[in-house]
Design a protein around this ligand. Structure first.
Ligand SMILES: [Zn+2]
Length: 347
């Protein structure tokens, strides 16, 4: 893998990750961009104690690409995009319109491939392996920034969940604090350690393997299951068998097997609702331990993949109980969801 770090016309960082070690990346961003002057503000809710990022100041937007021109496709003559080069493998750049910036963290965009018309599930194993390298490297780089406490790599896929760009891409948020969900997990892990002397993540995976009826897919180094108390209609958690706190600490064996397992999961997701249905909208979220906090070593890196579609043509909305009270009502029993995800395995 070769990594090339460069800057865009407005000073934002752009990083290429290439599978070929001899590639040269020297294309220059020729767009007339104003320098980015971003600031966002993090406010803490006095009742809940959680944080809300208020992205109040937006940048001067002098450069508007036409709506039909994808900013994530490679640049070509007369059609300049966020990626100056004419082709790329994986490219990561700082978001021009970030929710978190400056002292409040950092937002990056990860372009999985220069091919506009493919989805992550359509990548080759080698391409997926390169994306994993990029996620891992970004985690390591952002860990060094004083304003970043936690790194969240994720992908939103599908117009139903508000994705406006069709180009296959994900995002990375570097938060300046420990996020509420991570904090809850860490608190549960601490309580579990106190009460049992064991690690919570290890016990959850062991229980799912012992129960068996929610297991979706088992590899030599990864286990995927629908969690016992799944919140979403179709939700899968993917854990490495050897627990690690974040992507940096995955061993080579787990890295090598990951593309095969993850691509199979995504392909099964697209088959849940049967042929003829549009691709399944999903959110894919890496949960990683925050940096430099007590209990970090107790955390278990895992990926949570879920869809908001519950039946063909019908979405699960976060309505009164979910939005108002944080109590999820799930119409699909986790065991039935797991059964369906086993039925649609690749031949
Ligand atoms: Zn594109």
């Amino acid at each position: 893998m070769k990594k090339t770090v460069t800057t865009l016309a407005d000073g934002r960082e752009l990083i290429y990750y290439d599978s070929a070690d001899d590639i040269v990346r020297d294309a220059v961003d020729l767009r007339p961009l104003d320098a980015v002057s971003t600031s966002s503000e993090v406010r803490v809710d006095p009742l809940l104690g959680d944080s809300v990022a208020i992205a109040s100041h937006r940048q001067g937007r002098t450069y508007h690409p036409p709506a039909d021109e994808c900013p994530l496709c490679p640049s070509r003559e007369g059609r300049l995009s966020e990626i100056p080069d004419a082709h790329y493998d994986v490219a990561v750049f700082e978001n021009r319109f970030p929710s978190l910036a400056g002292d409040s963290g950092r937002c990056e965009v990860v372009c999985f491939t220069s091919d506009h018309d493919v989805s992550f599930a359509g990548l080759t194993e080698a391409q997926a392996a390169l994306v994993l390298e990029a996620w891992t490297d970004r985690t390591a780089e952002l860990a060094e920034l004083p304003q970043v406490t936690q790194v969240f790599c994720f992908e939103n896929r599908g117009a139903e969940i508000g994705v406006t760009l069709g180009h296959p891409h994900g995002q990375i948020y570097g938060y300046p604090f420990v996020t509420p969900r991570t904090e809850l997990m860490m608190r549960s892990a601490e309580t579990h350690r106190t009460e049992t002397g064991r690690n919570l993540f290890d016990d959850v995976v062991a229980r799912e393997l012992a129960d068996g009826d929610r297991v979706v897919l088992e590899g030599e180094h990864w286990v995927a299951f629908v969690p016992y108390a799944a919140h979403w209609p179709y939700e899968v958690h993917l854990h490495p068998r050897r627990r690690v706190p974040d992507l940096r600490e995955l061993d080579d064996a787990a890295r090598t097997e990951f593309p095969q397992i993850y691509l199979e999961l995504l392909r099964r997701f697209d088959r849940i609702f049967g042929p003829g249905e549009p691709p399944t909208p999903y959110i894919s979220a890496w949960h990683q331990a925050p940096f430099g906090v007590p209990g970090r070593e107790e955390f278990g890196l895992h990926l949570e993949l879920f869809t908001i579609r519950r039946t063909p043509g019908k979405l699960k909305f976060l309505a009164g109980s979910e939005s108002g009270m944080s109590v999820f009502i799930n119409d699909v029993p986790p065991e039935a969801a797991a059964q369906r995800l086993r039925e649609v395995a690749s031949e």
